[in-house]
Design a protein around this ligand. Sequence first.
Ligand code: NAD
Ligand code: UDP
Length: 340
Amino acid sequence: MRSFVPSEGYSEVTDMPVRKELGTALVNGGAGFLGSHLCERLLQRGHRVICLDNFSTGRRVNVDHLASNARFQLVEHDVRQPFDIEASLIFNFASPASPPDYQRDPVGTLLTNVLGAVNTLDCARKTGAVVVQSSTSEVYGDPNQSPQQESYCGNVNPIGPRACYDEGKRSAETLFFDYHRTYGVDIKVGRIFNTYGPRMRLDDGRVVSNFIVQALRNADLTIYGDGQQTRSFCYVDDLVEGFLRFSAAGDACHGPINLGNPAEITVRRLAEIVRDLTNSRSQIVHLPAVTDDPRQRRPDISRAMADLGWQPCIGLETGLARTVDYFDGLLAGAEKAEAV
Ligand code: NAD
Ligand code: UDP
């Protein structure tokens, strides 16, 4: 495996030491919500960036602003098919992530996660790249332990409607660790907890974007079930900072590492906060609960704090306000386009 010489320098966007040779970073799923922020930060950091995407849930517009950068390249490709790209760092973020998105084509979701992991790892094996996997808190399923520590093996229903995603991500973790043990591939597995921010789609279907868009339209805020289920929401900039630190961590740091914000709230409380922030006239309504919806979710981030010196620093109200501004602009643009 290729090794890097740690630099004494510090990047502009993080106070972590950066590698002297900032080689090519490949971002699978780079035109998606998280991937596009990651591409942006990697370019700022000095990498050449190849963004690989099939645009199934991501959009070209997310990376349009990077197109003029000579160090940025966009490649249309499906990770279910093999690829051979020379890179020193690979981030595998290619997978639908919103429950309505990943349940629309469950077989495709499972195969994207399994074959995508195999093809990404084979590519890393050939080039000697460090390879970073975007895993998920869904590997814990509907957890019986809270907060969730990385040592917890989870409680996943293997035949339910979420299994295509949960088991796909669990299999991907297995493949990452087996490629590491068997072939010595330098892997890093990060388990992402609910992350939100600008560049989520209007129709993404996840709770933060749904509530904000509903509130801005003065439409009903739709709570699935009793609203007492909890989540812990992380702002996108914090999450990307965590991944940058993880990717720069030493050869012995493979994870899995939880990356998320441990501030836990109920879905009901989130609805109230969003309604207040937007001064909306929306009503809060309850719809039937969704099958296998985890009742509680909160990361234990002790490992990330110890190994990466990382913890989130953007609070929920600040992050939500930035996200509201983003959707406000998007809706104003959409209404203007309709009026023409
Ligand atoms: P997203 O849907 O916005 O981004 C996913 C990207 O992957 C899209 O650009 C999509 O077009 C691309 N993609 C999907 N299938 C592909 C395929 N077969 N080949 C090539 N590209 C493909 O979702 P996101 O929130 O940005 O999530 C990115 C990654 O982070 C996903 O792997 C997701 O599982 C993981 N994750 C996200 C969260 C979160 O809260 N946002 C939480 C846990 C894990
Ligand atoms: N949720 C909701 N209303 C919505 C969308 C989601 O009440 O319009 C709930 C959903 O049932 C879950 C929580 O919000 O309990 C988080 O859902 P999301 O789809 O954002 O993420 P995930 O379930 O993957 O954590």
